[in-house]
Ligand binder design. Structure first.
Ligand code: SF4
Length: 238
């Protein structure tokens, strides 16, 4: 396996992920097919993670039932990831569980909408999908949740206890995190190249819309912006 420490290796990695998703998208005929493309891209990211951690001898301190990072700051995702997640929830949750997620996602959307970027980054708030400190939609969680990992849980706990100290965040193996980010961006690029929405969204806010408004997916597949302005992820001014 390449070390993924050079520009050339990272460019090739992004291209490999883009090409795999692009080939897959060419064969997709239904919305369900498109969501399956996303889930297969997630699986490729997991395989890459396994290779990176083994190749770089990364000791990961994450454990099932921790959930600390699922409370921290902003969690952003692309439309293809959010619709695949909403579809997975609809297929796998009971209607009561799905309604409960929708209610928590709507409460999340209302709570974060008025926040500035800085205030949002300093927020400690459970993701609407977190149940008993575990992800209730783990097989369909977006790329950002697959990329995030910690080599020292004490760093995560410090961030949890000191939300105003933005320097307290971190703890990932830098090379692995960068490689997985680049690979995930390669997948997103394949969706963008087909003409689909390239906006980054606040996961909880956009999930609330995906679960409550069937026209959101129709708009997205028609090449329009998937979610409302209030669901757009807050970003640094460019
Ligand atoms: S989607 Fe799952 S893994 Fe990601 S922040 Fe929410 S609970 Fe955590």
């Amino acid at each position: 396996m390449p070390a993924y420490t050079t520009r050339e290796e990272l460019l090739e990695l992004a291209t490999t992920f883009r090409d795999a998703a692009a080939e897959d998208l060419k064969r997709a005929e239904t919305a369900g097919d498109v969501h399956a493309v996303t889930l297969r891209a997630h699986a490729r990211l997991n395989e890459l993670e396994t290779q990176l951690f083994a190749g770089h001898r990364v000791c990961v301190d994450c454990k099932a039932g921790c959930g600390t990072c699922c409370h921290l700051g902003k969690i952003d995702a692309r439309a293809h990831e959010i619709f695949a997640l909403a579809d997975w929830i609809t297929r796998n949750f009971s209607s009561e569980e799905r309604n409960a997620v929708l209610q928590r996602a709507q409460a999340h959307a209302a709570a974060v909408a008025p926040l500035t970027l800085e205030a949002h980054l300093r927020t400690v708030r459970a993701c609407p999908l977190l149940r008993a400190m575990s992800c209730s939609a783990h097989p369909a969680r977006p790329g950002v949740c697959r990329i995030g990992h910690s080599t020292d849980v004490r760093i995560c706990e410090r961030a949890f206890q000191n939300p105003n100290d933005l320097t307290a965040k971190g703890g990932s193996h830098a090379v692995s995190k960068l490689a997985m980010t680049v690979a995930s961006d390669g997948t997103s690029f394949a969706f963008i190249e087909t003409g689909l929405d390239k906006t980054a969204y606040d996961l909880g806010s956009a999930l609330a819309e995906a679960l409550s408004d069937p026209s959101a997916q129709e708009r997205w597949l028609a090449g329009e912006r998937a979610f409302s302005k209030s669901a757009v992820a807050k970003q640094e001014a460019s």
